[in-house]
Design a protein around this ligand. Structure first.
Ligand SMILES: [Zn+2]
Length: 65
């Protein structure tokens, strides 16, 4: 393992535009999020990590590869 390997991420996930079901706020999150993602407006959980892939709680509007 070199320093270089640590610096280059392996992009396997997607960016998702997710709509908060509680307040309607739309925000971008990463589909392989390793941390819990909460709504910037109301704090509702939008995604939770589940075995390397995020479990999306909101409504997915668009996915970007
Ligand atoms: Zn919200």
């Amino acid at each position: 393992m070199t320093e270089w390997n640590k610096l280059v991420p392996k992009p396997r996930g997607k960016f998702l535009r997710v709509k908060c079901l509680k307040c309607g706020n739309e925000q971008l999150l990463y589909s392989n999020a390793v941390n819990k993602v909460t709504c910037n407006v109301c704090g509702e959980i939008l995604a939770e990590p589940a075995g390397g892939k995020a479990k999306i709680k909101g409504e997915i509007l668009t996915a970007f590869e």
